[in-house]
Design a protein around this ligand. Structure first.
Ligand code: C2O
Length: 594
C-alpha cells in the first residue's frame, strides 16, 4: 500500500474555519469544569493556503504537484465548554404539541404528572435473560405476543400503552422537549453521549411493563442479533402479519431471507434510472455477511478505542443538541433503522424515522442488541470504559414505570444491566477477528465510485461530489506506548444540514484512484448517517432546521495497517451517498485523545 510521501517541500494548510457556536446559555446551575471537549472546537487557520492546481487531478499528480505534503496548521481547541452540568429531566409542562398542519401531525407528549419519584434499583430473584430473537421457541413467542397484545389494548392515554411507549421516542428525539430550566434549549438524546444510556432505560421500562401485563417478572425482551450471521435477517417472530409483533410499515424488499446491509446506501436499489443505483446490488449473502462482520469489527474495535469515540460527544445542560454521535450510533444503528423502514412511506416510517420508529416492535429488539453491544464493548479491554464525567453520570430522564409512576432515572444507575435485573443470552461474537483488509489489488470498478473527484484545501466545503483533502498529522511515528496512551482521531467538524433530509457519506483514508474501496477495506474509515427526524413542529410549514454536528474516527489501527505511520499527512476522501448537496463541512483535523 503506497502511503503519502513525507518530504516537506511545500507548505500546505487548511482553512479550517469552524462556524461552531454551540455554547450554552447562562445558568446559575453551572459549575466550572475543565473538560476536554469532543468535537466543539472553534478552530481558526494559522496559515494561508498555498496555491495549488489540483482540481480533479488524480491523487498521484496532486502529490507530485505538492512536492510532498506538509500541513502546517496547528489547530487549537479554544471553545471548550468551560462550564457544565448534567442534562436535566425534560420539562413536561413545555412539551410541544405539533400543530395539525405539520407534515406529520401527532402529539407525542406523555400524560402529565407532577409527581416524580426517584428510581430505586429493583429487587429480583433471578436475572431476566434477554434471548437472541432468532433462537426463541414457540412458547416464548406466544408470551411476547400476548404481552404486546395487552399493551396495544391499553387506552392510548395510559402511559403504559404501546402508543405511549412509541411516543417516548418521538418526544425525546424530535424536539418535543426542552431541558428543565432551559426553556429555549431542546432536549435530544441522539448524536451525543446520552444515546446508549437513554435507550437502555427506555427498553428497561418497556420490558418491565410487558412483564407486569402478563404477570411474569422474568419476562425479557429479545435482541435482534444482527451482528452474527444467523441473526442478520429480520427475526421471524416479527414477520407474522397476524401477531402483535408485526408492523406493516417495513421495507417489503428486506423481508427474510434477505440479509441486512449494515452499511446500507439507501438509493442503491430504489430507482434504476438514478446514478446511485447499482444493478449488482445486493451482493451475495456470503459477501453481505462478510461486509457486515467487518463493519462490526471496525465500529466496535478500531473506531471505539476510547470512551467518547464509543459513547459520543459530551452533551451538557444548556448545550445545543447533536454534538456528535458515537461509533455504534452512527453505524450500524442508524443504518439498521433506515434499512428497516418502508421506503414507500413519505417519511420512511416506521423504523426509518425517529418520530415513528418506536411504533415497530422491531425497534425494541434493535435496541436490545445495541444495549448488548454496549456491555460487550466494555469487556474488550484497553480504554473501553464508560465515561466518569459527572455531567454524564448525573444526567437524568423521565419514564413511566409498570405502575404508572413517573420515575426519574440517572445515567449512573443504569451502568450495569445485571443490577437492573437483566442479562443477555450468550451467543458467539463472530466479528472479533473480522479485520478489514487494505485494498492491495485492483478490483474491478463498478464505474462510479472514486472518480471524478474534487480536491480541496479550504473549508467549508459542500459535499455535492466526491471530495478529497489532505490533512496534516500533528504527530507521527509514535511508539506503541504512545499509541496506547492516546488514540489518533480524525475529527470532521461542523457537519451541517437540514434535519429534514437523510444524509449519508463515507470517509475514506489514503485510497488510490485505481481501487474501489469497499466496507471490507482498511481505507474505509467510517460513515456518517443522519436519520429523518420526521416532522417539524415549530410552525405549520416544513421549516428548515439545521443540525450542526461532528464525527470522530479512530485512525491509529487504520494507519498502522496501511503502513502509513510515518507519513506527515493523510488523504481524506468524502464519498456522499445521499443528501450530499445539502451537507456543509466546516473543518477537518487530527486530534489525540485518551
Ligand atoms: Cu433513539 Cu434507534 O434510536
Amino acid at each position: 500500500m503506497a502511503s503519502i510521501s513525507s518530504s516537506p517541500l511545500s507548505l500546505m494548510s487548511f482553512n479550517v474555519s469552524s462556524n461552531f457556536n454551540r455554547k450554552h446559555q447562562p445558568s446559575k446551575n453551572r459549575k466550572p469544569k475543565h473538560h476536554k471537549i469532543a468535537c466543539t472546537s472553534n478552530d481558526t487557520n494559522q496559515n494561508s493556503p498555498k496555491e495549488q492546481e489540483q482540481k480533479s487531478s488524480p491523487r498521484r499528480n496532486v502529490l507530485i504537484g505538492l512536492g510532498g505534503l506538509y500541513g502546517a496548521t496547528t489547530l487549537t481547541n479554544n471553545n471548550s465548554l468551560a462550564f457544565g452540568a448534567p442534562v436535566p429531566i425534560p420539562d413536561l409542562t413545555k412539551c410541544v404539541i405539533p400543530p395539525d398542519k405539520s407534515p406529520v401531525s401527532i402529539n407525542c407528549c406523555p400524560p402529565f404528572s407532577a409527581d416524580i419519584i426517584d428510581f430505586k434499583l429493583p429487587t429480583f430473584e433471578k436475572l431476566r435473560v434477554r434471548p437472541a430473537a432468532q433462537l426463541v421457541d414457540d412458547d416464548y413467542f406466544a408470551k411476547y405476543n400476548k404481552a404486546l397484545e395487552l399493551m396495544r389494548a391499553l387506552p392510548d392515554d395510559d402511559p403504559r400503552s404501546f402508543t405511549q411507549q412509541a411516543n417516548i421516542h418521538c418526544a425525546y428525539c424530535v424536539d418535543g422537549y426542552v431541558q428543565l430550566g432551559y426553556p429555549n434549549i431542546k432536549l435530544s438524546v441522539h448524536n451525543c453521549w446520552l444515546f446508549l444510556a437513554f435507550h437502555r432505560w427506555y427498553i428497561y421500562f418497556y420490558e418491565r411493563i410487558l412483564g407486569s401485563l402478563i404477570n411474569d417478572p422474568t419476562f425479557a425482551i429479545p435482541f435482534w442479533n444482527f451482528d452474527a450471521p444467523d441473526g442478520m435477517q429480520i427475526p421471524s417472530i416479527f414477520t407474522n402479519p397476524n401477531s402483535s409483533l408485526y408492523d406493516l410499515r417495513r421495507d417489503s424488499r428486506h423481508q427474510p431471507p434477505r440479509i441486512i446491509d449494515l452499511n446500507y446506501n439507501r438509493y442503491i436499489e430504489d430507482d434504476p434510472t438514478s446514478e446511485k443505483y447499482d444493478p449488482n446490488y445486493p451482493p451475495s449473502a456470503e459477501q453481505q455477511i462478510k461486509d457486515n462482520l467487518t463493519l462490526m469489527h471496525r465500529q466496535m474495535i478500531t473506531n471505539s478505542k476510547t470512551c467518547l469515540l464509543f459513547h459520543g460527544s459530551p452533551y451538557r445542560a444548556g448545550q445545543l443538541p447533536d454534538p456528535g454521535p458515537g461509533a455504534l450510533e452512527s453505524s450500524p444503528h442508524n443504518n439498521v433503522h433506515i434499512w428497516s423502514g418502508d421506503a414507500k412511506q413519505t417519511n420512511r416510517e416506521d423504523m426509518g424515522n425517529f418520530y415513528s420508529s418506536g411504533r415497530d416492535p422491531l425497534f425494541y429488539a434493535l435496541h436490545g442488541n445495541v444495549d448488548r453491544l454496549w456491555s460487550i464493548w466494555k469487556t474488550l479491554g484497553g480504554k473501553r470504559k464508560d465515561p466518569t464525567d459527572d455531567d454524564w453520570l448525573e444526567s437524568s430522564f423521565l419514564f413511566y414505570d409498570e405502575n404508572k409512576n413517573l420515575v426519574k432515572v440517572k445515567v449512573k444507575d443504569g451502568l450495569d444491566g445485571k443490577k437492573l435485573g437483566y442479562d443477555y443470552q450468550k451467543v458467539d461474537i463472530p466479528w472479533i477477528n473480522s479485520k478489514p483488509k487494505p485494498a492491495s489489488r485492483r478490483v474491478q470498478s463498478k464505474g462510479k465510485l472514486l472518480t471524478p473527484r474534487k480536491f480541496v484545501d479550504k473549508f467549508p466545503i459542500v459535499l455535492d461530489s466526491v471530495v478529497s483533502t489532505i490533512v496534516k498529522r500533528p504527530k507521527k511515528s509514535r511508539s506503541s506506548k504512545e499509541k496506547e496512551d492516546e488514540e489518533e482521531i480524525l475529527v470532521i467538524d461542523g457537519i451541517e444540514f437540514d434535519s429534514n433530509i437523510e444524509v449519508k457519506f463515507d470517509v475514506i483514508v489514503n485510497d488510490e484512484d485505481d481501487k474501489v474501496i469497499g466496507v471490507g477495506n482498511t481505507e474505509f474509515a467510517g460513515t456518517f448517517v443522519n436519520l429523518l427526524h420526521g416532522h417539524n413542529h415549530e410552525n405549520n410549514t416544513k421549516k428548515k432546521k439545521n443540525i450542526v454536528t461532528c464525527m470522530r474516527l479512530g485512525l491509529t489501527d487504520l494507519l498502522e495497517d496501511l503502513k502509513a505511520d510515518d507519513d506527515d499527512s493523510i488523504l481524506v476522501t468524502f464519498i456522499p451517498r445521499y443528501g450530499g448537496d445539502g451537507v456543509k463541512i466546516s473543518g477537518i483535523k487530527i486530534e489525540f485523545a485518551n
